[in-house]
Design a protein around this ligand. Sequence first.
Ligand code: SF4
Length: 331
Amino acid sequence: MENIENKNTKISCEICPRKCSLAPGQFGFCKTRFNNGEKIISQSNGYSSGFAIDPIEKKPLYHFYPTSTALSFGTFGCNMGCNFCQNYHISKIGFAQSKAFNATPEQIVNTAIKYNCKSIAYTYNDPVVSFEYTIETAKTAKENNIKNVAVTAGYISSKYRKTFFENIDAANIDLKAFSEDFYKKNCLAHINPVLDTIRYVWHETDTELELTTLLIPNENDDEEQLKREFEWIASNLSTDIPIHLSAFHPAYRMSNKERTSVNSIINAYNIAKEFELKYVYSGNIIDDLTSATSCPKCKYKLIERNGYNVRLLTENPSVCPNCREKIYGRF
Ligand code: SF4
């Protein structure tokens, strides 16, 4: 998996675009992967920092078996450096601070089965840093008819993308902004590998794809940037892809910033609609209108949401019962 020169020299981790070059004993930017003297391994392999049973809508995934539950689990560390991280208590720490406990892929899958979870969600911190653990658990889940859901920033190298997404049934990829400056300044990363991952998942896999942009006041919510983002999605991907426009809560290095206003989210929603994106949703605010799923053709309401209270208004939302329009997703 990695280039091994000799026992005393550095080894490059090639999982993500950072390509950390690590001396024996040294950890990468993610605080998870390290050089054990022979190869790069992930310290999170077999260790979880916590589990929860969540509505699938919390991931957020609105077009993937709505009303089902996901067994969510995370590890620790992250390969992004986001100043606004909403999960910084697990993403910014290593194994020693994490209180992580041993959980084998089989135990995770058995827990999902025991609690009737339709899927396992690799979430909280980015599952890319726990690459081997994620793919092993996903394979075991698949063998047991449990679906796999990845919640990720999509910051993964082209070399490992295919293996990572092979057993992932649905993904919510964070498109944190539509600006290289924003990615550099606020995530210590670059936008192009993320766009490449999004393109890859949409065009080359069967993974159900949804995107999320967390709108941060005066950082990534200007009209010009939003228009570029929606235009890119409409012309490079598809107007079928569900987009979640979520409100930021002050956290981590942006704890002095104001929350995103409801008006700002609704404004972004209306801009997205100008680009004829069919399924646009508000997130982290309560608003019936912008959180419902309606048929893009005849506007018949198919799914109603109020927070995580979800009501299917038709038995099978994959086809509009009024005009027979096909609705994107898995239901
Ligand atoms: S996964 Fe971690 S160690 Fe590997 S390149 Fe990315 S940040 Fe560096």
